[in-house]
Design a binder for this molecule. Structure first.
Ligand code: 2AM
Ligand code: CA
Length: 266
């Protein structure tokens, strides 16, 4: 059994509360598919509602901490050393389409370093969380990345580029290389859960470009605390700024990095 610290309790209570609304709203989405207006406005309202609940809960528990949220931007706190980095609904497109794969992601940054992370999939009731130096957990069980060492047996996750069309040729070259070298590639549409699944050993690795800090802040810590390696695809360590990320088990991180960089250089 894992003993949860005060800060993890704050994060899990906030996530639980926001999840109740998301679960209810997800149940409504399928009825809206047939309405005239369509579900997009409804989902954006659900997203904003979850964000409001998270802001209120986190503020109530730690009134001085700053907040960075996907929809609401940046709120400075009195305490310059602590801030929450929050994605209230990661996997919005899935939610909109009635695909049951999305999560709430909450990270706590202290003096520029992520010290706690939590990713909650409310439909599967899976709460992935980690604290720096303590370990990574799924609900009450400790997590460990996969021990697979052969690339040809590995299953990797990725995300398709959604912003710049210019990123597509490089991505397709990398996808082609990975398809030829591994047992398969998955694209589930929630970067936070992709990272959580690397930590859980479900995926052997994950790479994507152009992500935002709230997509990856919690996941980076959870993968590392589960014994995995995380870097930019190019090998650097500024994932939160560049949005480029490669996470994998300790054995496959280097060979996957080489494969992706070689493909991009071709
Ligand atoms: P979101 O659901 O919170 O938008 C999938 O590739 C990842 O990219 C998801 O974590 C998703 O987070 C993020 N993303 C951001 N903007 C996106 C967009 N316009 N289309 C698809 N995914 C987007
Ligand atoms: Ca997101």
């Amino acid at each position: 059994m894992a003993t949860r610290s005060a800060i993890i309790n704050v994060m899990s209570r906030a996530a639980d509360k926001a999840a109740r609304g998301l679960r209810r709203d997800f149940g409504e989405v399928e009825h809206l598919q047939v309405s005239m207006k369509g579900p997009a406005d409804f989902v954006s309202a659900a997203d904003l509602k979850a964000e409001r609940v998270l802001r209120e809960e986190l503020r109530k528990a730690r009134p001085t901490y700053g907040l960075v949220m996907e929809e609401g931007g940046h709120t400075a706190g009195e305490d310059p050393n602590h801030r929450w980095i929050v994605d209230p609904l990661d996997g919005t497109t899935n939610f909109l389409h009635g695909l049951p794969h999305f999560a709430i992601s909450i990270a706590l940054e202290r003096e520029g370093e992520i010290v706690a992370g939590l990713i909650f999939d409310p439909l599967k009731d899976e709460m992935f969380w980690a604290e720096k130096g303590i370990g990574a957990f799924l609900n009450d069980h400790r997590l460990r990345v996969s021990s697979r060492r052969n690339l040809d047996q590995a299953v990797l996750a990725t995300g398709f580029p959604f912003r710049a069309q210019a990123e597509r040729p490089t991505f397709l070259a990398q996808l082609d290389a990975v398809m030829g070298a591994t047992a398969g590639v998955r694209r589930f549409g929630s970067a936070s859960l992709d990272l959580a699944y690397v930590a859980a050993g479900r995926y052997d690795g994950f790479w994507e470009n152009s992500l935002s800090p709230w997509d990856i802040a919690a996941g980076i810590l959870i993968v590392r605390e589960a014994g995995g390696y995380v870097s930019e695809i190019g090998g650097g360590s500024d994932m939160m700024t560049s949005g480029s990320i490669l996470a994998a088990n300790d054995r496959l991180h280097a060979p996957i990095g080489r494969l992706l960089r070689d493909a991009a250089a071709r």
